[in-house]
Each structure stands twice: as C-alpha cells, then as structure tokens.
Design a protein. Structure first.
Length: 187
C-alpha cells in the first residue's frame, strides 16, 4: 500500500510523515519506527526542556541536531526513527516533529485498518481506562482505534477525544465555560 492512496496528510509535516512511512514500509520496519517515534514523542511530552529545544528557533540546527541525537542514543532509539529525527533537526523542521509523528501514526493506523483517536485527559489514562475507551470507540466507529493519549492538567477532569475531524469534548473545563456563558446570558 502506498501511503497517500487513502489518507492525505497535508503540508510539510504530511510530506515528511508520508516519506518516512514509505521508507519504513519498504524496510519492513513500520512497527519499529512507530514504537520509536512514540517513545520520542513521550520524551518531548514529559520534558519541558526537550519541548523547548524542539520548538525554539533560537537554537542552531547544529545544536538541535547534536542534542536530539544524544537524547535518541540515550533512549535507545536508533535506525530509521533516529535518522529521521536527525534529518528533521538538520533541516530546521524540528518544531513540526510532533505533527510529523502524529501523521506517521495516522498512516500506520490507516494501513492496519484502524482509526487514530487523540485523547487528551487531565491525568494519564490507566491501561484499563485505555482498554475500555478503545472498546467503546470500536463499538461507535466499527473499527479498532489506535489511542494516542496526551495529558493536559488544565482540563481539570474528563477528556477530549478527536477522531479525524470529529471531536467530543467532555472535559470539566469545557463544561464550566459553557455554564459561565449560560450564566452571563441569563444575567
């Protein structure tokens, strides 16, 4: 399967994700690359310093590349995923690496006949919660769901689930905002 046949991932992150997907597909390393990229994304999400390094235009390409390659080596990420992240850093595109990883994960899910659900919750989902959510999504969508979970303590409680262009926002923050708007309209 060629990556662009069914799912179009647009823009620069999409081009990078599609190229990596096709390379990893040819090398029969799709799952390994997906696991490694997921691990790198988890590192970005858990470290404010790494997140700043990735997003900031202040650092030179050489500094970003050297730092990212050292982090990848220490994390045990090698092969295509490490080469990809290194290339992204050299090309001054590290600010978009999270979108590239998300695009790659979407392509992998599509190739498996799954849908990708991006779930943002106030706390890290427990394995049992993730399993229950995957079962509910399968019931609702008729397909297996690959869940990419993110944490945003600002939600206070509940979660936001995005599948493609659909979004379900059951966060406490959203409900409180709705209540605040309703109260302003009344008063």
């Amino acid at each position: 399967m060629v990556a662009g046949e069914k799912l179009k991932i647009s823009g620069m992150p999409g081009r990078y994700a599609t190229a990596l997907f096709e390379l990893s597909h040819d090398a029969k390393a799709v799952d390994t690359v997906a696991k490694d990229l997921g691990q790198f994304q988890a590192l970005i999400d858990s470290s404010e310093d790494l997140s700043r390094l990735v997003r900031s235009p202040v650092f030179s390409a050489e500094d970003q590349t050297a730092a990212v390659l050292a982090i990848l080596k220490k994390a045990g990420i090698k092969g295509l995923a490490a080469n990809f992240v290194g290339l992204v850093a050299e090309n001054r595109r590290l600010f978009a690496v999270s979108d590239m990883i998300s695009g790659y994960q979407n392509l992998v899910a599509q190739a498996r006949g799954e849908v990708t659900a991006e779930v943002t919750s106030a706390e890290k989902l427990k394995p049992a919660q993730k399993k229950a959510l995957a079962a509910e999504l399968k019931k609702a969508l008729g397909k297996d769901a690959n869940i990419i979970d993110k944490v945003d303590p600002g939600l206070l409680g509940g979660m936001i689930v995005k599948v493609g262009s659909r979004m379900i926002d059951s966060s406490l923050k959203s409900k409180l905002n709705s209540l605040r708007i309703a109260m302003k309209e009344v008063g």
